[in-house]
Design a protein around this ligand. Sequence first.
Ligand SMILES: N[C@@H](CCC(=O)N[C@@H](CS)C(=O)NCC(=O)O)C(=O)O
Length: 218
Amino acid sequence: MHSTIQIYGPAFSSFLRSVRLMCACKSLRHELTDAPFGTPTLWFTKAHEALHPFSKLPVLIHGDFVLPETLAIGHYLDTLAEPLLYSGTAAEQARHLSLASMIALYVHKAVMLNTVLEFAFPKGEGGSIRQEQVLASAEQLRYCLSWVETQIEDKHVGPSTDLSIGDALLLPMLDYLDQLPQPFNVLPDFPALTDYLTHHRQQPYTDGILGAPEIGRP
Ligand SMILES: N[C@@H](CCC(=O)N[C@@H](CS)C(=O)NCC(=O)O)C(=O)O
């Protein structure tokens, strides 16, 4: 199949950025769309539900093929081009999935849902940031970052010499965390994670993908 890969979702979504990183490191042509199959499709409508039964973003569209869920999208992209996101022996591939799954669930909750999104979409009175709420979840955030720091082997999450599925998940989250003001950006307290992020920010596949969010843009 030669058609350009389309990614349905907002440019600021960390999971969407993960899919873009996967495509970029494989040099796969891709574009964002808000009109899959030529039909403008608002998020969280019935039409969105037809693409993802739980109305989550992103969704990959490649020709007639519609695929929700970021970890599955990585698996599909591995069938199209190298380098592999799930590399190595069967056991190593399973290990990649295990790490990426924990990053997508637990690290995402601590970094994005409980911290970064409080700043991006403040839910306090009069649109204020609920700082006490963010500080209350700081211990769990530090726990998650300490754990994920132990999973970095030679600048990659898991045993890989190229961008791994775990890297693709983690990098947009760390990049967002690092853009928060102090004392909420705790990344400098994790030197190995800071080095890891600095290294990947310098790689061509993160060009134009990491950086400040453009909230509101599809
Ligand atoms: N399990 C999904 C999670 C995707 C997800 O939570 N995406 C966020 C945007 S980054 C979203 O859809 N948020 C809207 C919502 O949860 O209602 C995946 O791996 O793709």
